[in-house]
Design a protein around this ligand. Structure first.
Ligand SMILES: *[C@@H]1O[C@H](CO)[C@@H](O)[C@H](O)[C@H]1NC(C)=O
Ligand SMILES: *[C@@H]1O[C@H](CO)[C@@H](O)[C@H](O)[C@H]1NC(C)=O
Ligand SMILES: *[C@@H]1O[C@H](CO)[C@@H](O)[C@H](O)[C@H]1NC(C)=O
Ligand SMILES: *[C@@H]1O[C@H](CO)[C@@H](O)[C@H](O)[C@H]1NC(C)=O
Ligand SMILES: *[C@@H]1O[C@H](CO)[C@@H](O)[C@H](O)[C@H]1NC(C)=O
Ligand SMILES: *[C@@H]1O[C@H](CO)[C@@H](O)[C@H](O)[C@H]1NC(C)=O
Ligand SMILES: *[C@@H]1O[C@H](CO)[C@@H](O)[C@H](O)[C@H]1NC(C)=O
Ligand SMILES: *[C@@H]1O[C@H](CO)[C@@H](O)[C@H](O)[C@H]1NC(C)=O
Ligand SMILES: *[C@@H]1O[C@H](CO)[C@@H](O)[C@H](O)[C@H]1NC(C)=O
Length: 245
């Protein structure tokens, strides 16, 4: 969080004991130099919100002690290397804003401790796998703005997460009733092929739903207390300001 500019010096190669490296929110440009590849003791690497460019650095997959990796808001090109599935100690994985990507989802590690998985705008394409990654501790899943397809119910293994954002993809099928519950903030907006019926009178004020652009029938829910949002959904008058609600 400074105004550092220029490129990352190759001399970082010698910081072999480095465990935490946060250079987010600066004006750094140029590539993430491959001289960084010996920094295998890194546990926390934050490099978001800079102008770092080039291919997504594959060698980060060798930093197997990482528990916290955040790479977004830059000018990196995908795809995300499959070898990232080696990073089984991750608790927080936040990647995003990759150009020209075509990543497939098989880079997600089966990490018992992974609690935040944010993959917004990573150019991930293809079917969500029928045996999805095992993530027992997941509390936040953001898959928004990718090209993922398949039945929405493929995400059922993550129904005990507190946030499930799958908007702006190509998911299809009916809305599983298990997803409509007060403890889960759900966004399935901008998936043209999702359909189904909202359950009767979801009156809990804490219910957070976002069905914009789908074929969900909200007619049974229209009398609920939370009329403003549901009415707007029913009348198709919503706009993007509800996108993160
Ligand atoms: C940050 O650095 C840029 C040039 O690298 C300069 O134009 C800008 O004024 C600086 N901003 C502040 C707040 O110092
Ligand atoms: C690393 O340190 C060694 C010895 O201190 C030095 O010779 C070398 O140039 C350094 N490497 C880089 C990339 O700065
Ligand atoms: C970095 O890349 C250059 C050119 O591709 C190569 O010569 C060099 O050995 C690489 N260094 C490391 C540490 O991988
Ligand atoms: C990773 O962590 C383990 C356990 O704390 C430690 O023994 C090891 O030296 C660390 N570094 C690498 C590169 O594995
Ligand atoms: C990762 O480490 C392995 C084993 O040391 C090495 O062979 C491989 O080249 C490394 N991968 C990258 C992308 O640096
Ligand atoms: C999960 O995190 C805890 C606490 O940091 C740690 O002791 C444990 O080894 C981790 N488990 C795995 C599978 O990474
Ligand atoms: C991604 O895949 C699409 C469809 O297969 C293809 O048209 C496009 O060229 C690919 N883009 C890249 C960057 O590989
Ligand atoms: C799950 O996350 C909690 C913190 O949210 C942590 O205390 C616990 O050790 C984690 N469990 C596993 C199996 O990693
Ligand atoms: C992703 O979906 C968008 C909109 O549906 C489409 O324009 C784009 O070509 C797709 N990209 C790939 C790589 O499939």
């Amino acid at each position: 969080n400074n105004n550092l500019s220029g490129s990352i010096p190759p001399e970082v190669a010698n910081l072999s004991k480095l465990e935490t490296w946060h250079f987010n929110n600066n004006q750094l440009s140029g590539p993430f130099p491959n001289e960084s590849s010996p920094l295998r003791n890194l546990q926390s690497l934050w490099m978001f919100d800079n102008y770092i460019e080039g291919l997504f650095p594959e060698f980060i997959a060798n930093f197997t002690n990482l528990t916290d990796l955040r790479i977004y808001g830059m000018k990196l090109q995908g795809p995300i290397p499959k070898q990232f599935s080696n990073l089984i100690n991750l608790k927080y994985l936040m990647l995003g804003d990759l150009d020209g990507a075509n990543s497939t989802i098989d880079f997600i590690p089966d990490s018992a401790n992974l609690s935040i998985l944010s993959l917004r705008k990573c150019g991930i394409v293809g079917q969500f796998p029928s045996t999805p990654p095992t993530l027992p501790n997941l509390t936040y899943l953001d898959l928004r703005s990718n090209n993922l397809s398949g039945q929405l119910q493929l995400l059922l293994p993550y129904k005990s997460s507190r946030y499930l954002y799958a908007g702006d993809n190509d998911f299809s099928g009916r809305l599983p009733a298990e997803f409509v519950q007060p403890s889960l903030a759900l966004d399935i907006s901008y998936n043209p092929f999702i359909n189904g019926l909202l359950p009767n009178n979801p009156t809990d004020r804490k219910l957070s739903l976002n069905y914009i652009g789908t074929a969900i029938d909200t007619s049974r829910a229209i009398n609920s207390e939370n009329l403003t949002l549901l009415n707007c959904l029913h009348m198709k008058e919503c706009n993007r300001k509800y996108y993160t609600s």
